[in-house]
Write a protein that binds this ligand. Sequence first.
Ligand code: ADP
Length: 552
Amino acid sequence: MLAYRGAERAAAEWDASIRHLNATMAGYEFVAVPYDLGGLRQAVAAGDVDFIITNPGHYVELEAAFHVARIATLETVGGPPPAAAIASAVVVLADSPLKDFSDLKGRRVAAVAAEAFGGFRLAWREMVAHDINPFQDLQELSFTGFPIERVTRAVADGSADAGIVRACLLEQMVAEGQARPGQFRVLGGRLSADLECEISTALYPDWPFARLPAIPAALAKRVGMALLAMPASSGQAWTVPVDYQEVHELFRALKIGPYDYLGRRSLAELARAYWPWLLAVVLVAAWWVAHVVRVEHLVRLRTDELRAAGERARRQREELEHGARLALLGEMVSSLAHEINQPLAAIHNYAGGCERRLAAGIDAEGVREGVRLIAGQAERAAGIVKRIRAFVRKRTPEQRPMPINDSVIETLNLFAAIAASRGVVVEPRLGESLPAVQADRIQIEQVILNLLQNAADAMAAVAVQRKLGIMTEMVGGMVQVAVSDTGIGLSEEARQHLFEPFFTTKPEGLGLGLSLSRSIIEAHGGRLWAEAAPGGGACFKFSLPALSEVLS
Ligand code: ADP
C-alpha cells in the first residue's frame, strides 16, 4: 500500500481491511507492506507484492506499465460516492493575500512530490486550467516529500505561500489537534457536500484495490468478493471498482504517466509552435549563406579581374619594351646596313677571285682558300642578323643567372657600327671574376644599349673628343654598370625629370628609354640613377643584386 502519511498511519488505516481478509480467506495470509510511490512501483515491477492499494493516479500508471487490475474501489462509510471521493486543497494561511488560483503566479508553492496525486497533480491540472505552468510561472515550486503534513508545515512557517494537499487533510488535522481552527484557509475553496471538506479542485474516484497480473483470476475473484462483503461496522468498505477514466483524462491533460508521449512534441508540432522563430532562423541562415556566396563570388571576380589586369599590364609592358627596342634599332638601321654590307662586299670580292682563278686554269688550292673565306664572311653576316633578330624578337622576359660582362660585350657588338659612324671612342673597363646576376639578358642589353645611345646623342653636339666609358665592378655587394660620356651633361631640368615617361629634349625623341630602363632594373631588384661625370658629361649607373656564383 501507498503510505502517504507515513508507514505507521498506513498500517493503521488499512488495518481493518487486512484483518477482514485474513479472517475471511482461510489458507491465505495478508500482510500490509507500506511503500512510498517509487518503492511501490519497484515492488510491483519485481513482483514482490500480490495486491496493491494505492491512489488513483498511481494506479493508472501501474495499470499502464504493469497491467495491474482493480478489483474494488474504496468506499468511505457515510462518505462521498466512490467515483467522486478525492480532491485537493490548496492551503494558505488565513491572512494570506492570495484569493484564487490565478494569484499563485510568481508565488512559492509547496507540494508533496511531482508524482503525488492529491498532493500535487490535481492542483497542477487546475493551474493549467488557469494558464499557469507550475514549473515555469511560480517563483518556487518545492516538493517536501511524505508525510503530507510537511506541506502544511511549510505554509505555517512561511517558507511557502501556498501548499497543495489532499482534500480533508486540513479538517483531519484540526480534528486531531495538529492545526488550530482558523489557522489555514483553502484557496478558491468550496465546500464539497459529499466530502464535507473544502476543496480547490475537481473530484476524482477513490483509491482502488488492485491485483498483479500474476494473481489467478479465481483468487482475485475471492478477494474481491471478500472486500465487497466487508461489514460497514468495521469502519471501512469496498465497492465494485469504479471508472478511472477521469484520472486518465487528467494524465492526458498534463501529458504525463501513460500519456507522457504527448509531451514529447513531434518536429511538426514544434515547427507549428515555434514557426516565427524557425522562420527567423531560416531567414538569417539563408541571408548568411547568400552573403558568403556573394562575397566569395565577388572575391573570385575581383581576383579574375586583377589577374586579367595584371596579364594585360604585362602584355602592354612587353609591347612597349618591344617597341622601344625596335625604336632603338631604327636609329641603327643605316649603320647596321653598313655593317652587313662589309661581309657581303668581302664575299663578292672572294667570289670574283675564285672565278678568276678557275678561268686561269686549275688552282684548286687558291679556290679552296677563296671558298673558305666566303664561308667565314657569310657566317659573320649571319651573326649580325642573328644578333639583331634576337634583340628585336617579341618575347616574354625570363631571368637566369648570367655574367653581366656577356651582356655588355654583346651590346657593344650591336653598338659598334653606330659608334664608328658617330666618331665615338668606346673605352670598356670590365671587372674580372664578377659574381653572376639573376637577369633577363635581352632586357639588360636593352638598358645598356639605351644608355650607350643616349651617351652618343649627348656627345653629338660637342666638339671635344667623344669618349664613352663603360665599366663593370662590384660595389657594396651589388654588381654595378656605369656608362659615362663627355657630352653636354645634365641640366637642372633634365636631372629632375630624366626618368619620367615622355621627358625628352630631342626633336625625334620619345622620352621613354630611361623610364623603361629604370622599371626593368627595378624589376630585377636593382637601381638606376644618373650622376655628373668628372669630365663634364653624364654618368648613368645601375646595380643588380650579386649571386653567390661566378659564371664565365
Ligand atoms: P629619349 O632618348 O627618347 O629622349 P630617354 O628617356 O632615353 O628618352 O632620355 C630622356 C632625356 O634625358 C633625353 O631626351 C635627354 O634630355 C636626357 N638624357 C638622357 N641621357 C643623357 C645623357 N647621357 N646626357 C645628357 N642628357 C641625357
